[in-house]
Design a protein around this ligand. Structure first.
Ligand code: ATP
Length: 316
């Protein structure tokens, strides 16, 4: 659906995108995640035709966004990270105004707008003024507006920033409904756990490049494979270490009192074989666990960043 290849963009002397490449497949919910300043908004602006790249290509269903911006715009619904300026109108008027921009008027427009307001759970607010809506409601209204022309690809820039946990949950349900309608969704965020729970695919961006990309399943598998084994023994620690030293999947051994922390590259089968060998050779093993890897630890590992640059836990 969306393919980005070698995107470069400089603002003056400052490099915002440095050869960014990524691919979003049909029907996926792609989490585009990275710390502040990584290049997410710049990428989204280029995809949506609001900014031209210095180099590289972006295609949607094979159509180049810089060569055929009008055709591409029909395929994209864009929900920016700000709301805009149309406060002094009612929700229904706001929607119908945008419907008219797409050539929809009268009953047809009203029906389409009501259907979309129902979809984002705002139908009961149709006669309310936009300025009286909460932040979460404005966000959903923005989403309804982006859906007016029935785009196949929905792009949302930091859609859950500043929302309380309950509103986030509602938002997730709406995303689920959209996926059932076969929409492809790209969501940018600097809040990692939020995306890891809902996305099918993820692309981690840092300093203008995608540093890790794949399906959530593949990435989570990789994480488990690279995490440590913690083996607790009663006595016989030396024997355990001797066995571990000779094991091909053991990379590092660290002793922490009665625990042996093992950098282990094997899979579950290798874990089972190792455990059996320890027990067979008389080591009294009373704890044998693989540390649970997390997307957050992978991010830290590959980008070498300090935690405060990326939100690693849910706020609020
Ligand atoms: P955030 O999560 O904070 O929104 P981001 O990942 O969306 O960050 P961008 O907004 O794309 O990152 O910014 C990428 C880099 O480009 C940053 O270093 C930023 O300071 C710089 N930048 C962005 N817009 C401009 C601009 N209009 N003029 C100059 N520099 C800019």
């Amino acid at each position: 659906m969306l393919k980005i290849d070698g995107l470069k963009k400089k603002y003056g002397q400052s490099m915002a995108l440095d050869g960014l490449s990524m691919q979003v497949d049909d029907g996926s919910l792609y989490g585009f995640v990275g710390p502040n300043g990584a290049g997410k908004t710049t990428t989204i602006k280029i995809i949506t035709g609001l900014l031209l790249p210095d180099r590289g290509t972006v295609t949607i269903d094979g159509i180049d966004v810089t060569r055929e911006p009008a055709s591409v715009r029909e395929k994209i619904g864009y929900v920016p990270d700000f709301f805009g300026i149309y406060d002094n109108v009612k929700v229904s008027e706001y929607m119908e105004f945008f419907a008219s921009c797409y050539g929809l008027y009268g009953l047809k427009a009203r029906r389409r707008c009501m259907m979309l307001l129902e979809q984002v759970r705002l139908d009961e607010k149709a006669d309310f003024f936009v300025e009286g809506l909460s932040r979460g409601m404005k966000q959903r209204l923005s989403l309804a507006r982006a859906l007016i022309h029935n785009p196949a690809l929905l792009i949302m820039d930091e859609p859950t920033a500043g929302l309380d946990p309950r509103t986030r949950l509602e938002f997730r349900q709406i995303l689920k409904d959209l996926r059932e309608q076969k929409k492809t969704i790209l969501i940018s965020s600097h809040i990692l756990p939020e995306l890891s729970e809902i996305c099918t695919d993820i692309g981690i961006v840092d300093q203008g490049r995608v540093v890790l990309e794949g399906t959530m399943t593949d990435i989570l598998n990789q994480i488990n494979i690279s995490s440590s084994l913690i083996i607790s023994t009663k006595g016989n620690q030396d024997k355990a270490i001797e066995i571990l030293r000779s094991h091909p999947s053991v990379q590092t051994i660290t002793i922490e009192q009665e625990d042996i922390v093992v950098g282990f590259t094997g899979d579950r089968q290798d874990e089972a074989t190792l455990l059996k060998r320890l027990v067979d050779e008389g080591v009294r093993v009373y704890g044998f666990v693989r540390e649970k890897g997390s997307l957050e630890s992978v991010f830290m590992e590959i980008t070498n960043h300090k935690e405060e640059r990326l939100v690693l836990v849910h706020e609020g």
